[in-house]
Design a protein around this ligand. Sequence first.
Ligand code: CP
Ligand code: NVA
Length: 336
Amino acid sequence: MNSLYKKSLLKITDFTKDEIKKIISLSKILKKNRKNKKEVKYLKNKNIALIFEQESTRTRCAFEIAAYEQGANISYLTSHNIHLGYKESIIDTIKVLERLYDGIGYRGISHQTIKVLSHNSNVPIWNGLTKKYHPTQLLADLLTIEEYIPNKKISEIKLAYVGDASNNIANTLLELSFLIGFTLHIVAPKKYWPKLNIMQKIYQTNKKKFLCTEDIKMGVQNVDFIYTDVWVSMGEEKSEWDKKISLLKKYQVNQKMLSYTKNDDIKVLHCLPAIHDKNTKIGKKISKLYNLHEGIEITNDIFNANSEIIFDQSENKLHTLKALMVATLKKDIFKI
Ligand code: CP
Ligand code: NVA
């Protein structure tokens, strides 16, 4: 039986550890098939909708290409081109869409909205980012981590998340480490630690492999991976930069931080987009305002030295989203 069939993914722990493993194994098969030009179209005649209330490069494009390559049709919907919330309630909207589509990807700020969509829908809903969680990102990251540590079990890795740990990526990492059982260090100013209720599960079950600290040296020592993300996330006011930057500045991923790991083979992850140089409007402005000329959350040299793994994370969205859609829409996929 395929327990993933018709299942929604709002947060990582909606799936069991075994189900996550199945998605990652399927991603590896689909990635290999694509590379060898032997793609089998498992989603022929399926219709997929993306409701994106926020901007996206990777997640949107990966959803779309994954669907096309699997033979599915896809519609890209935003709050500007459908009656979502303004003239028609979210509940009425989903009741229309579930009669037309087989699965729905959603991106928006409010996690409550995706919960409402899922409670009122007979078709699976996949979370492409809310302010609270970003599970489809972490599936891609998990595949990437496995690819870069072929000789280690995933439960044996040590990862430090550094920077704004009150955001969706940190919350989802907590969930993932709780489920998979790898070592997770949250290294951030106390003000930007994850909320206690999100840390509770991990304290109860995985306490020995979990550390939440403001101490950079202690937090990054002997880890295999450092993961960072932007300091101001989607849905936050621009004025947050002023409030956050003085505390977050010393948590920039730079050469000094990497030397504290005492690991010559340290790898740096970033979900992207990253502000690592002055080639963006925001990068230019922030670097000037706060005297951060080498980069913001990560310096340009460290970003470039790790660009292969970082862009692998990005590409792996395609393979893991494909696996997610196939596993939840094709009942007999694990028998094939
Ligand atoms: N990492 C990520 O979700 O990127 P996008 O915002 O481009 O989708
Ligand atoms: N924390 C970031 C992740 C972007 C993929 C944000 O929510 O903007």
